[in-house]
Design a binder for this molecule. Structure first.
Ligand SMILES: *[C@@H]1O[C@H](CO)[C@@H](O)[C@H](O)[C@H]1NC(C)=O
Ligand SMILES: *[C@@H]1O[C@H](CO)[C@@H](O)[C@H](O)[C@H]1NC(C)=O
Ligand SMILES: *[C@@H]1O[C@H](CO)[C@@H](O)[C@H](O)[C@H]1NC(C)=O
Ligand SMILES: *[C@@H]1O[C@H](CO)[C@@H](O)[C@H](O)[C@H]1NC(C)=O
Ligand SMILES: *[C@@H]1O[C@H](CO)[C@@H](O)[C@H](O)[C@H]1NC(C)=O
Ligand SMILES: *[C@@H]1O[C@H](CO)[C@@H](O)[C@H](O)[C@H]1NC(C)=O
Ligand SMILES: *[C@@H]1O[C@H](CO)[C@@H](O)[C@H](O)[C@H]1NC(C)=O
Ligand SMILES: *[C@@H]1O[C@H](CO)[C@@H](O)[C@H](O)[C@H]1NC(C)=O
Ligand SMILES: *[C@@H]1O[C@H](CO)[C@@H](O)[C@H](O)[C@H]1NC(C)=O
Ligand SMILES: *[C@@H]1O[C@H](CO)[C@@H](O)[C@H](O)[C@H]1NC(C)=O
Ligand SMILES: *[C@@H]1O[C@H](CO)[C@@H](O)[C@H](O)[C@H]1NC(C)=O
Ligand SMILES: *[C@@H]1O[C@H](CO)[C@@H](O)[C@H](O)[C@H]1NC(C)=O
Ligand SMILES: [Cu+2]
Length: 561
């Protein structure tokens, strides 16, 4: 009798928890031109709902978020939900001409953001030309109602969005460098939550501030929405504890600085354990090559209490701009939580072994008229292919069987093997080929992908991002990947689960994932100038046999080309 009662109650509990647990949340996004002033410069720019940064979306694990996107600006747009896997539903993923045609001015598209196992901080941003410079915001995914964080409940939570600001129109910056073939103009400032901070002119009164109480712990949810740089981040006199990245938990990692790639997110705990005062949190570039903005953006941590604040808050000191070891060291220390409650499933039996070179390239221009080195045009490639976006999106072409839009010949190895990381790669290897190519993967097959940086033209880090998937980062190192020796040192026990990973300059990174999400998925460098130069390719993952292993049909309001 007793047994029956208990069993019965258990059943009721289960029923009330399982179905209907996930909520549907609806938001309205209106793309519009709105004016904003930074660095004493007033300009109109694309925003969502007039906000910069855009609205923060809150959800719980497994929810369905519906966003009605209205384009009331004079510019094409698409919105990407960065790090959301969108199981079986690539239709709302967002990359222009890969999964959809742009939402044209005066039209609307209802996007379904299908959350599944993501938990932590992700973000959304425009995925059309360079509009993401001002069209972005945080997407915060809390645990399911009955669950809590795998760390002590913080006293408060604060989103921290790193951004970038040009005094001029970003669209013009983009058009100019694509026309010239040279590098884009460097920006004028970096931003924390839309504000440059005190170290820039006329920014003091708007500097972002966090008020803390001594003895309390805060959860900071950081997103790197910067366009073209990996960033170092530091808080004066405080160490932080990293607890998550890219919408997955990590083992707690104590550090006195953070390296964060564009696209990546990092959740960390800040313990207010220092003498009450004012402290800067600050961010500046990590750059292994090229021109960059060398200024520092700041926000202020202000302790509550009665004390005389310093005339200026304490400022942290940073690793050198070009400290590749410091950058790589930090990223390399991240580990999955990987316990009973948060298990991981690293593929061990690999079906697809892929090796991708990441290169900056040059192509001659008519009468040496371009703005890149040797008056040539700067480009970028994966396995020597510079991706050309088609005029109709690849997803639609795949789904409807329209030919002539893309090919499926993307090479699984580079066409030539050479010493990728020698200091000076011979110039005959610098010129890439055009392509709009995909790799087709069988449903539920497993992938190991090694990214190899090359030093053609100039070696630099590449923050690589894959849509539709998170992946385990099983190894990385410097020099040329050694397929016999390096795999012996892979971490298959608790590798971090990421969706953006910085491949170090003159080095390589190995990732693994299971191709269990059918659809068309963009893979690209998250440096905006590199993707504009063609550093991208597409994975097509076929349907499986079962009913829950197939792509869902497209919505009726899919934008048309
Ligand atoms: C910025 O410019 C816009 C349009 O040119 C104007 O409407 C707005 O008042 C200006 N804002 C400031 C703070 O000057
Ligand atoms: C880019 O920089 C160049 C050189 O400083 C300048 O002439 C040009 O106007 C800038 N372009 C934009 C769009 O700001
Ligand atoms: C932060 O950690 C470093 C070691 O990484 C240590 O030297 C320093 O004392 C710590 N600072 C604080 C405020 O805990
Ligand atoms: C930053 O760059 C400017 C000009 O590009 C240069 O004058 C200055 O010395 C640099 N500052 C630092 C800290 O490297
Ligand atoms: C970093 O730059 C400095 C000078 O700016 C140079 O002396 C040093 O060798 C560089 N370090 C690396 C690792 O490239
Ligand atoms: C990198 O990490 C290793 C091991 O964790 C440490 O010994 C070394 O000092 C670190 N180097 C830098 C530059 O942080
Ligand atoms: C590995 O995968 C292949 C192809 O999917 C399969 O035939 C084989 O049985 C698998 N081996 C193990 C040890 O799981
Ligand atoms: C590749 O080039 C690097 C840098 O010059 C050099 O240290 C390395 O020995 C070379 N590797 C091979 C296999 O030649
Ligand atoms: C890339 O392809 C071009 C054109 O076929 C060729 O000239 C070049 O050598 C190739 N480079 C590499 C690194 O494969
Ligand atoms: C590659 O594509 C670009 C842009 O579509 C075009 O201008 C260029 O001529 C093409 N180059 C080659 C070598 O096919
Ligand atoms: C996918 O592969 C995993 C591991 O081999 C297996 O457990 C699972 O049943 C497979 N799923 C499908 C739908 O084939
Ligand atoms: C906007 O998108 C449509 C549909 O793809 C395209 O035809 C048009 O050229 C685009 N407009 C601009 C200004 O890029
Ligand atoms: Cu890149």
């Amino acid at each position: 009798m007793k047994f029956f009662t208990l069993h019965f109650i258990g059943l009721i509990l289960l029923c009330s928890i399982l179905p209907g647990q996930a909520a549907v949340r609806r938001h309205k996004f209106v793309l519009q031109e709105s004016s904003h002033t930074r660095l004493c410069t007033n300009k109109t720019m694309l925003t969502i709902n007039g906000q910069f940064p855009g609205p923060t979306i809150y959800a719980r694990k497994g929810d369905l978020v519906i966003v009605d996107v209205y384009n009331q600006a004079d510019h094409n747009i698409t919105i990407h939900w960065h790090g959301v896997k969108m199981p079986r539903y690539p239709w709302s993923d967002g990359p222009e001409y890969v999964t959809q045609c742009p939402i044209r001015p005066g039209t609307k598209f209802s996007q379904r953001i299908v959350l599944s196992d993501e938990e932590g901080t992700l973000w959304w941003h425009a995925h059309s030309e360079w509009s993401r410079a001002s069209v972005y915001g945080a997407l915060i995914i809390l645990p399911e109602k009955r669950n809590s964080y795998p760390f002590p409940k913080p006293h408060a939570e604060v989103p921290i969005l790193l951004g970038e600001w040009w005094n001029s129109d970003v669209q013009e910056v983009m058009e100019e460098f694509l026309a010239s073939g040279g590098d884009p103009n460097v920006s004028n400032a970096f931003l924390i939550n839309g504000q440059p901070g005190d170290l820039y002119s006329c920014s003091r009164q708007d500097t972002f501030k966090v008020t803390v109480e001594f003895g309390k712990t805060y959860l900071l949810r950081m997103v790197n929405a910067v366009m073209n740089n990996i960033m170092f981040f530091k808080i004066a006199n405080h160490n932080v504890t990293i607890v998550g990245s890219d919408g997955a938990y990590t083992k707690p990692l104590k550090s006195d600085y953070i390296t964060i790639s564009p696209g990546q997110t990092i959740d960390f705990l800040l313990e207010a354990n220092q003498p009450p005062s004012h402290y800067y949190m600050a961010s500046r570039v990590y750059a292994s090559a090229g021109n960059f903005q060398n200024t520092t953006t700041t926000a202020i941590i202000e302790y509550k209490g009665n004390y005389t604040p310093p005339s200026s808050p304490f400022l942290p000191t940073f690793p050198d701009f070009n400290d590749t070891i410091a950058s790589h060291n930090f990223t390399n220390k991240l580990r999955s939580l990987s316990n009973k409650k948060y298990p991981i499933e690293v593929p061990l039996n690999i079906t697809n072994t892929l090796f991708f070179t990441l290169s900056i390239n040059l192509r001659p221009c008519g009468n040496n008229s371009c703005g890149g080195p040797f008056q040539e045009r700067l480009l970028a490639s994966v396995n020597n292919l510079t991706m050309q976006l088609p005029k109709t999106d690849i997803l639609q072409a795949y789904y409807k069987g329209i030919s002539g839009i893309y090919e499926t010949n993307f090479p699984i190895n580079p066409p030539l093997s050479f010493n990728y990381t020698q200091n000076f790669v011979p110039r005959e290897l610098w010129r890439p080929e055009n392509g709009t190519d995909a790799i087709v993967l069988e449903y539920n097959s497993t992938v190991e992908l090694v990214f190899q940086g090359t030093n053609t033209v100039s070696g630099i880090d590449h923050p690589m991002h894959i849509h539709g998937y998170s992946f385990y980062v099983v190894g990385s190192g410097f020099g040329n990947f050694d397929k016999n020796e390096d795999p012996k040192r892979y971490n298959l026990v608790d590798p971090p689960l990421m969706e953006t990973i910085a491949v170090p300059r003159s080095g390589w990174t190995a990732i693994r994932f299971r191709a269990n999400n059918p659809g068309v998925w963009f893979m690209h460098c998250h440096f905006e100038r590199h993707v504009s130069w063609g550093m991208g390719m597409v994975f097509i993952v076929k349907n499986g046999k079962g009913p829950n292993e197939q792509m869902l049909p497209p919505p009726l309001d899919m934008p048309k080309c």
